[in-house]
Design a protein around this ligand. Sequence first.
Ligand SMILES: NC(=O)c1ccc[n+]([C@@H]2O[C@H](COP(=O)([O-])OP(=O)(O)OC[C@H]3O[C@@H](n4cnc5c(N)ncnc54)[C@H](O)[C@@H]3O)[C@@H](O)[C@H]2O)c1
Length: 348
Amino acid sequence: MLNVGIIGCGKIAEVRHAPEYLENPSCNIVGFFDEIPARAESYAEKFGGKAFNTIQELLNSGVDAVSVCTSNTTHAEISIQALNAGVHVLCEKPMATTLEDCQKMVEAAERNGKFLMIGQNQRLAKAHVKARKLIESGEIGKILTFRTTFGHPGPENWTGQKNSWFFDKTKAAFGAMADLGVHKTDLIHFLTGDVITEVTAQLGTLDKKYPDGTPISVDDNAYCIYQTRGGIIGTLHVSWTFYGDEDNSTVLYGTDGVIRCYDDPKYSLIVEKRDGGRAYYILDQMTSNKEQTSGARTNTGVIDTFVNCILTNTPPAISGREVMKAMKVIFAAEESAQNGKKVTVVQD
Ligand SMILES: NC(=O)c1ccc[n+]([C@@H]2O[C@H](COP(=O)([O-])OP(=O)(O)OC[C@H]3O[C@@H](n4cnc5c(N)ncnc54)[C@H](O)[C@@H]3O)[C@@H](O)[C@H]2O)c1
């Protein structure tokens, strides 16, 4: 039995981490910590375990693993504290807010012999897993280009707070580019088996405002042109201002055909072969913010994957070291947008 704790008792802990630990028969929820004590207390009441007064108290309670579900700028410090206490960490995305912090997190995991996994759940979505297998087997030949999109009406609809911390640069550090862009950037690495090395980006604050009417201090839209080491060129568009249904689609174009992931309301995966052949798969639909905030139960598999890695002593595929490659691209996109120039990303 794995003893687990959760640090940060907000929305993602409520709809994903706590219920998915609860549903996993190999887990025992020891307790919660939040800087707002009442939140930890209410989560302990709802999901079991106890509310701790400090992070260290939670880490000293015999937990084997913790989820870090706090706002972005605190991820590195809390994850490193937990890893140094000999506890495995599942940290929410974006992994951290500087490259130095990402590196320190990876070093802390390796120094302490503990796993650091990042909550890049898009890698586990069924159509993405299937698409990866098809691409690996050569179904659409050599990938030439792609377009990937993640847009929804904004994080204030997710947390239910009009003046969301997601809009506060001191807590979020970045806007839509890091919040949504890291999901799709990491996904492109996963699907293509390649790594992005050139980035041209434009970031904008097009619509979101603070209650006093001034524009928010982080981007609400980002548009990037990516080039991989292997020469694939594609685009990423992420947005907090898609005021209709969520768009979570990725399309890959190869020499022998096209793969569409979550680009159709019915078929989560479509393969269009250059020779005219077609295959339509009904696998799952991406869990949308709308669905999760409506109280519908979904299981992303992120907790089961993390728990399984620990129980079988298998290093996570979605490790801090792996996700750092996507974080480097995010930092490069910020730099490109500021300088108006293409930025080269130094990848391992
Ligand atoms: N993987 C995904 O798809 C996904 C989806 C949503 C959010 N997230 C990530 O999860 C994290 C949390 O987001 P959320 O939507 O749950 O936000 P939220 O505001 O609902 O919850 C954050 C919680 O963390 C607490 N907190 C903040 N700083 C703390 C600290 N230093 N110590 C203890 N508690 C602290 C807050 O009091 C709050 O209860 C963010 O980094 C976000 O990017 C990931």
